[in-house]
Design a protein around this ligand. Structure first.
Ligand code: TYD
Length: 213
């Protein structure tokens, strides 16, 4: 049974969500103590997960169903081995990418049926995040950042039109779930973006952990 809180970070590649998740993990660990905060990411952040991550990011996958099943297999083990035990211990779980990534990338991006993907989520018993922070950056800006970074992985090497579809997915999901998904303007400097992230974290820390900062 869940007694912790589950927050996910979402956004297209190059949106800066990893930077925000790192800052959020530091801030939360300071408030709650390191052993009550778990910072994790998908795909691959569980024992053995690096093999699936490698296949997903650098393998020669030809069938989009193979890609979907690998992301889901990765999540099954990540949830069972890492996320659920941490929630049961009462931790604040901060996770980079989760089910919204699969909907945005595999349904909006790859045109796979959303109803089918959601039925797989539900039969797999994935917990729903309490809060999702969507770091929103226009595709062109994210693309610029990715180009500066160099060495794109398999998914980052997709055409710009793919990222545009993914972005549409995030926008649609945030409209559909306004209570859970909060859009954050990711075009600003990281410390300014973090001001928004921090105020949402403070709210969770106060309401769910009784810590007023
Ligand atoms: P990663 O290097 O972790 O990138 P990022 O820092 O942008 O998260 O790569 C993960 C890639 O996998 C990213 O391009 C998004 C993609 N992805 C999906 O397509 N579906 C999913 O369900 C997940 C979790 C990730």
């Amino acid at each position: 049974m869940q007694c912790g809180q589950f927050i996910t970070f979402e956004g297209i590649d190059g949106s800066g969500k990893s930077t925000q998740a790192k800052l959020a993990a530091e801030f939360s660990a300071h408030a709650l103590g390191e052993n009550r905060v778990l910072w994790t990411r998908e795909p691959g952040d569980w024992k053995g997960g690096k093999h699936i991550r490698e296949l997903l990011l650098h393998g020669d996958l030809l069938h989009c169903h193979a890609e979907l099943y690998l992301f889901l297999a990765d999540r099954c083990e990540h949830v069972r081995q890492v996320i659920e035990p941490a929630l049961a211990r009462g931790c604040l779980v901060l996770c980079e990418r989760y089910c919204d990534s699969t909907l945005a990338y595999q349904s909006w991006g790859r045109n796979l049926s959303r109803a089918w993907i959601e039925s797989l989520f539900s039969t797999s018993g994935f917990p729903t995040p309490n809060l999702t922070l969507w770091i929103d950056v226009p595709v062109e800006k994210a693309w610029e950042r990715l180009t500066e970074r160099g060495s794109a992985d398999r998914i980052e090497s997709e055409a710009l039109t793919f990222l545009h579809s993914v972005q549409k997915g995030y926008a649609a999901l945030s409209e559909e779930y306004p209570q859970r998904i909060v859009r954050i303007d990711g075009t600003r400097a990281p410390h300014l973006v973090f001001e928004d992230v921090r105020s949402l974290l403070k709210k969770t820390l106060k309401e769910s952990f009784g810590i007023a900062l």
